[in-house]
Design a protein around this ligand. Structure first.
Ligand SMILES: *[C@@H]1O[C@H](CO)[C@@H](O)[C@H](O)[C@H]1NC(C)=O
Ligand SMILES: *[C@@H]1O[C@H](CO)[C@@H](O)[C@H](O)[C@H]1NC(C)=O
Ligand SMILES: *[C@@H]1O[C@H](CO)[C@@H](O)[C@H](O)[C@H]1NC(C)=O
Ligand SMILES: *[C@@H]1O[C@H](CO)[C@@H](O)[C@H](O)[C@H]1NC(C)=O
Ligand SMILES: [Zn+2]
Length: 506
């Protein structure tokens, strides 16, 4: 294999267009967290960390042949597997599929059964054909050639690794039972591992900055007034019901490939621009509805950013793209619209730059947020804090109002800050931890940005309509009071970390 790499190098750039870059041919999965003494060639072939509970995390590398044949490359790694890649990685994406974090007693289907159903479904048809009237996938295209089907690369007790040809990526979510979620591996190695000093997912300086803010946190009557007066339950409820189609909007689904998602994107842009922001629709992958990125400029000409986000795309029941997404993630999206509304009505101007980001392609593997975070990394943007709001509304009937912070894949100092802000501005929320897995903040952690997530519940996902075409807001356990309380916390976070002044309404 090393001679093939040599040959490609000699052929040079003149013929590069006709020769795909040599596919990497072995994937390394390790259960041990990356450490400072990892071989340099592994550090520079790191493709991310996956899994919501610390106990079952996987760290993935795509090292070169030379790296693996080196004597010391695998030293220091404990449990792990080497997985031969008999696929052309240029034809699609490698996708990790793992537990979303539903109570394990409810996850009845075995991973082997899941794979068998994905496999047979992917051999029946190319699923990209989509009927916008019936909001259903058409399965009438001819059986694809073997190499065009989804392939199983590896299976372990809690996750699958798949090779997903480009044609299947838009609907990979519809192949999965609701308790499993996909996260696409990046198409290039992640930068964090190239640090000579060892593995620091987020630079220590970012963590210290947030820890210092937490340490000096005091109740501010002005912040309390902005969040209490600004966040309005009725407005959030109206916006969520527009997005789900419970109020007349013509939106039946916000699956990334539906006309409803495009409609939602334009509507969100208009709503947030009315509050003084500047929004752009940013496409990231052919056919997917775009990210909607809304920007409030810095009143002090600062280059530092604070980002609050949600995903506006949604996922339906197994096999369906009808997806009203009332909780997942209409609640996070509605909360973001509530925050924008408060910024507008309270006349908030931020000292630093503030971005409200509405991502798409989340349900197919965090695709929209990954493209956005990758771009922030390439442009060396300074991010002080990023918070993702994904599923804020549901708690089991009878349970208190809650705010869940991630058990893994987050910057702990970012979560401590949010937890402390919650105790100050929304003391009615019980602060806790969740193993709910895999939302857009992970894309930011991958690029070394200080990030965390807010979630509706402490412990497992309990929403019976999770990834279900019946995920509407008018049902037991869907609690707009909890969405309001969490929105007060995230807005308090923006005000605290970005700094602000209040003046005339925008
Ligand atoms: C910590 O925060 C305080 C109060 O906001 C500030 O005065 C101080 O400069 C900060 N220290 C560091 C090291 O950032
Ligand atoms: C919005 O952003 C665009 C491009 O980033 C810029 O050209 C335009 O001036 C901005 N508009 C406002 C009102 O800030
Ligand atoms: C804003 O900062 C940039 C450099 O960061 C500087 O070139 C520009 O003049 C500043 N603008 C204002 C209005 O202060
Ligand atoms: C508040 O922050 C401290 C660290 O400064 C952390 O230990 C504590 O858990 C945080 N509280 C909450 C409720 O998150
Ligand atoms: Zn979600």
């Amino acid at each position: 294999m090393s001679s093939l790499f040599g040959l490609l190098a000699i052929l040079g750039t003149a013929t590069a267009a006709s020769i795909p870059s040599a596919p990497l041919n072995t994937l390394l999965l390790s259960a041990s967290a990356p450490s400072a003494d990892l071989a340099e060639c592994l550090k520079s072939s790191y493709y991310g960390t996956y899994g919501g509970s610390s106990a079952s995390q996987e760290h993935i590398y795509l090292p070169s042949e030379e790296c693996l044949s080196g004597e010391s490359a695998l030293e220091g790694l404990t449990a792990g597997s080497l997985v031969p890649l008999n696929v052309d990685t240029n034809d699609g994406r490698i996708v990790w599929v793992g537990q979303a974090g539903i109570d394990p007693s409810l996850s009845v289907e075995s991973l082997q059964d899941t794979w068998e159903s994905i496999s047979s479904k992917s051999q029946e048809s190319l699923s990209i054909l989509f009927d916008s009237d019936s909001q259903k996938i058409l399965s009438s295209s001819p059986r694809p050639k073997a190499q065009e089907a989804i392939q199983l690369l590896h299976q372990n007790p809690t996750s699958l690794l798949l090779h997903v040809p480009h044609a299947y990526l838009p609907t990979i979510d519809t192949f999965l039972p609701s308790h499993l979620v996909p996260v696409a591996l990046p198409s290039e190695p992640l930068p964090a591992m190239s640090l000579a000093a060892g593995w620091e997912p987020v630079p220590a300086q970012s963590a210290k900055h947030l820890a210092n803010i937490t340490q000096h946190l005091r109740f501010s009557p002005q912040i309390d007034k902005i969040v209490s007066d600004g966040i309005e339950l009725n407005q959030i409820r109206r916006d969520v019901r527009y997005l789900t189609g419970e109020a007349p909007s013509g939106i039946e689904s916000r699956h990334s490939f539906t006309p409803g998602a495009i409609k939602a994107a334009h509507w969100i842009k208009e709503k947030v621009e009315a509050t003084g922001a500047n929004c752009t629709l940013r496409p990231f992958l052919e056919g997917f509805s775009p990210n909607v990125i809304c920007h409030y400029p810095s009143s002090l000409n600062s280059t530092e950013h604070v980002i609050l986000s949600a995903h506006y795309d949604s996922r339906g029941s197994f096999g369906s793209t009808r997806a009203p997404g009332g909780d997942d993630d209409g609640s996070g999206t509605g909360h973001l619209l509530g925050v924008a509304h408060a910024i507008g009505t309270q006349g908030v101007r931020f000292d630093k730059q503030v971005v409200l980001a509405f991502f798409a392609g989340e349900e197919q593997g965090l695709l929209g947020s990954h493209a956005y975070a990758e771009n922030l990394h390439k442009t060396s943007t300074t991010i002080l804090l990023q918070v993702q709001a994904d599923m804020l509304a549901y708690h089991a009937p009878g349970e208190p109002l809650q705010i869940g912070l991630p058990e893994s894949i987050h910057l702990p100092e970012a979560s401590y800050l949010i937890g402390n802000l919650s105790q100050i501005y929304s003391p009615e929320l019980v602060v806790g931890k969740t193993a709910a897995c895999c939302s857009d903040h992970q894309s930011f952690i991958s690029y070394g940005f200080p990030a965390t997530q807010v979630f509706e519940r402490n412990g497992w996902i309990a929403d019976p309509y999770y990834h279900n075409s019946g995920d509407l807001s008018q049902r037991d356990g869907y609690d707009f009071e909890q969405v309001v309380s969490i929105a007060k916390v995230t807005l308090a976070g923006l005000l605290t970390v970005a700094g602000y002044s209040v003046g005339e309404s925008a």
